[in-house]
Design a protein around this ligand. Structure first.
Ligand code: ADP
Ligand code: UDP
Length: 240
C-alpha cells in the first residue's frame, strides 16, 4: 500500500495516510526523545530496530487473541496499520518499581509489584503527561466507562503474554506504556511496543536494556535494543 500524505509527525514516528481511508503507514524514525521532547538525538538504526521489534510483539499479541492495529511490515522502517481514533490516554503497567513511580511515591527501585500497578496518564507533552484516574477520564469524556474497563482488561492480558515471553529470553519486563484507539466500534491496541516505551532489565544482572540508557546517558542504546531483539529471536533483516 502506497503512502499518500503526511498526517502527523510525532517525536519518533511519522504517520502517513494511504489510498485506503482505514489504513495508515507508520514510519519509525531514528529520532529518540526523552523528558517530553527536551532531550532529542538521532540514533542510527533505531527506527528499523523498533519497527521489527514492534511487528514481532504485535504479531505475538494478535496470535494470543489481543486485537491490535498492526497489519504487516512494509519495509525496513514502515508498517501498515489500521487507522484508529486514538484515546488521549496512556496506560502504564508496572511489574517492578522504577521511574516515576519511585519518584512520586518514594519507593525503592526494583521491588516486585504484585499485583502489578496500573496507571493512566493524559497524553499531553505540554502538561508533561500528568497522571489521571478513571474519574477524570469519564468527566472530561476522554473515554467511556466501558472503554476504561476494556483498556484495563486488555493491558492485563498483554502483560500475561509479554511477561513470560521476556522472562524466557532472560529479561525482566519492568514496566511499559500502551495506547488504545477506536476502530469500527471496537478498542484496539495501537501505537508501538518497543524498548522506547518499556523498561527491560537483564534478569540476572538487572542491567538496563531500554530507553533508560538514553535518558540516563549510559550509551549503547541501539546496541541494547538489538541485544533484546536477538534474545527474543527477532530477525533484523528483511529476509529473516
Ligand atoms: P508522539 O505523538 O507521542 O510524539 P510518535 O512519534 O510515536 O509519538 O507518533 C505516533 C503518533 O501516532 C502517536 O500520537 C500515536 O498516538 C499515533 N498513532 C499510533 N498508532 C496509530 C493508529 N493506528 N492510528 C492513528 N494514530 C496512531
Ligand atoms: N512511557 C512511555 N511514554 C511516556 C511515558 C512513559 O513510553 O510518555 C513508558 C516508559 O518508557 C516506562 C513506562 O512507560 O517504560 C513508565 O514510565 P514512567 O511513568 O516511570 O515515566 P518516566 O520515569 O519514564 O518518565
Amino acid at each position: 500500500m502506497q503512502k499518500r500524505a503526511e498526517l502527523y509527525s510525532g517525536k519518533a514516528k511519522t504517520v502517513y495516510t494511504t489510498e485506503d481511508p482505514e489504513h495508515l503507514v507508520l514510519e519509525f524514525r531514528d529520532d529518540t526523545s526523552a523528558f517530553d521532547g527536551e532531550k532529542v538525538e538521532r540514533l542510527a538504526r533505531k527506527g528499523a530496530v523498533n519497527n521489527r521489534f514492534n511487528g514481532f510483539i504485535m504479531e505475538r499479541l494478535q496470535a494470543a487473541g489481543i486485537p491490535t492495529h498492526f497489519e504487516r511490515l512494509l519495509g525496513e522502517r514502515e508498517a501498515l496499520v489500521k487507522r484508529l481514533d486514538m484515546l488521549p490516554v496512556e496506560c502504564v503497567i508496572r511489574n517492578i518499581s522504577a521511574g516515576s513511580l519511585c519518584r512520586r511515591l518514594g519507593v525503592a527501585e526494583g521491588l516486585d509489584l504484585e499485583p502489578p500497578v496500573f496507571e493512566f496518564f493524559l497524553k499531553n507533552d505540554a502538561l508533561h503527561d500528568p497522571m489521571i484516574n478513571d474519574s477524570h477520564i469519564l468527566t472530561f469524556g476522554w473515554a467511556t466507562a466501558a472503554e476504561i474497563r476494556r483498556m484495563k482488561e486488555l493491558t492485563r492480558e498483554v502483560n500475561g503474554v509479554l511477561q513470560p515471553l521476556f522472562r524466557e529470553a532472560g529479561l525482566l519486563l519492568v514496566d511499559y506504556k500502551l495506547e488504545f484507539g477506536r476502530f469500527r466500534g471496537e478498542l484496539l491496541l495501537g501505537d508501538e511496543f518497543s524498548p522506547d516505551g518499556c523498561r527491560l532489565w537483564d534478569a540476572k544482572t538487572r542491567e538496563k536494556l531500554d530507553k533508560d540508557r538514553f535518558r540516563q546517558g549510559l550509551g549503547s542504546v541501539v546496541e541494547s535494543y538489538e541485544e533484546v531483539a536477538r534474545r527474543l529471536g527477532i530477525g533484523m533483516t528483511a529476509s529473516s
